[in-house]
Design a protein. Structure first.
Length: 428
């Protein structure tokens, strides 16, 4: 049996381990767009690089890594992914979470609440372990929480029993063919649900509601007076009072909405208010997601490098009433910046530090709304960026790295960008 691994990153490395055990006599070959392997290749596995596409590959099974678009593959052989293989084999209840922002935080909140109730939870996907790696150790009665990107969902033909669809906005349009393709990929989280399954969706987002109504499962809106909502500064589920919103350690209205989605997701298994409150209280946030770094000269610095969409940056702006200096820009994901510019103008923003390839487009959007308090730095190093932000900040205000763009070109990835920001702030 010939198995072709299309790309070899974390998920296809996991797929290799899984399939090599299942088919010990199989012949594996990695096919990649890069000329050289980007990671160590297992002994006995072949490598073919420098490919523009994946047409007519001689194999009995093709395994697509999330970074390879399905439209780059043409083959008479079946095409699968690590995500598809997992859903075919997993017998545990799966809570899947998708959205343009908040996936990692909501997945972690769900896991935290379930763990506070004494449940064993496997957090997998972009935020956790590769899903296939847990199959050999997960046991009956345990839970899987799966953070699912559009790239993982793109060709998925099964849906989790519980799907959570957060706010969705145009994203990854540098990879997806258009917004319809992006939404269609996301929709697979609910499209194949059966009667008895559930989809929790953001009632204020048309894309989220559209996706929720595709499958045969029940639909639950959040916030909703009948289920999870906030009243008088307290979390409720229907008429059941849970706790004060202040137990949540994460700033911002968007994180309160993430908590509502998490409460709806776990309610069939966890409905004790004190347990839910503990689950919310003990989660302190994820790296690079609006995380406090330091206070210097009365100015607080926050790392929100995960914010690679305009909507994420808008959420960061709305999370603080204080005067703000924002660091915006980076590489393109095909986003538009008009709504972000309007939020900047009306959001008590003192100054914008613009960086990267998208800086001119963001600058144009700011000019169009009449906001001219910005500095376009081009592509400097992070200490220069942070020094510029410090110059424009005032005591009692905040500086936020919330770029609204991808990191590539200037940084390895969003994590590298955030780490460099943290180092530059701590240097001061």
């Amino acid at each position: 049996m010939k198995i072709a691994l299309l790309g070899y990153e974390i998920e296809n490395a996991s797929a290799y381990r899984y399939l090599a055990t299942k088919y010990p006599e199989a012949e594996f070959t990695i096919y990649d767009q890069s000329d050289e392997p980007r990671t160590e290749i297992p002994e006995g596995v072949g490598f073919v690089g420098g490919l523009a596409n994946f047409y007519d590959i001689d194999a009995d099974l093709l395994v697509r890594t999330p970074g390879v678009a399905p439209y780059k593959i043409k083959s008479d052989a079946p095409v699968t992914t690590a995500t598809k293989l997992f859903f075919e084999a997993c017998t545990l209840p799966v809570i899947g979470v998708t959205g343009s922002k908040g996936k990692g935080t909501t997945s972690s909140l769900i896991a935290s609440i379930l763990r506070a109730a004494g449940k064993t939870v496997w957090l997998v996907g972009n935020i956790g372990a590769p899903a296939l790696d847990i199959l050999s150790t997960a046991s009956e009665g345990e839970f899987v929480v799966y953070e699912l990107s559009s790239f993982q969902l793109w060709d998925l033909d099964r849906s989790p029993q519980t799907a959570v669809v957060l706010m969705i906005e145009p994203e990854h349009l540098d990879v997806h063919m258009d917004i319809d393709d992006y939404i269609s990929a996301k929709a697979n989280i609910a499209r194949y649900q059966k009667e008895g399954d559930r989809t929790i969706y953001n009632v204020d987002n048309a894309y989220s509601e559209e996706i929720a109504r595709l499958g045969e499962g029940g639909v639950i809106a959040y916030p909703d007076i009948q289920t999870a909502h906030i009243d008088g500064g307290r979390f409720y589920y229907g008429e059941t009072e849970i706790c004060s919103v202040d137990v949540l350690q994460l700033p911002g209205e968007h994180n309160r909405e993430n908590a509502l989605a998490a409460i709806d997701a776990v309610w069939p298994w966890v409905s004790e208010p004190d347990t839910i409150a503990n689950g919310l209280r003990y989660f302190e946030g994820l790296p690079h997601r609006l995380k406090f770094v330091a206070e210097i000269d009365g100015v607080r610095y926050y790392d929100d490098s995960i914010a690679t969409t305009p909507g994420s940056a808008i959420a960061a702006i709305r999370s603080f009433n204080e005067p703000k200096v924002l660091i915006l820009g980076g590489s393109s994901k095909g986003a538009e910046f008009h709504e972000l510019a309007r939020e900047v103008k009306n959001g008590n923003v003192r100054h914008i530090i613009l960086i990267g390839d998208e800086a001119p487009r963001i600058q144009t959007a700011l000019d169009q709304v009449g906001f001219h308090h910005y500095t376009n730095l081009g592509t400097p190093d992070m200490p220069t960026i942070v020094d510029a932000a410090r110059e424009h900040a005032a005591s009692g205000g905040v500086v936020i790295l919330s770029p609204a763009c991808a990191s590539f070109g200037m940084f390895k990835n969003y994590s590298d960008r955030g780490d460099q920001f943290i180092h530059a702030v701590n240097r001061m």
